[in-house]
Write a protein of this length. Sequence first.
Length: 53
Amino acid sequence: MTATATAPTPAAAKPEATPRGTAEPLPETMTALVVLEPNRFEIREVAVPRPGP
């Protein structure tokens, strides 16, 4: 009797979130914890900071 062993076929690897250089556009606003004064905070909808030079 001859036996042959076969290795299981690996599942296709899922790609990472997004490839480099193809990031999704940033939203216009975000929810942020804003410090009004020491020990006083507020949750506000603020503009998303944009990367710059």
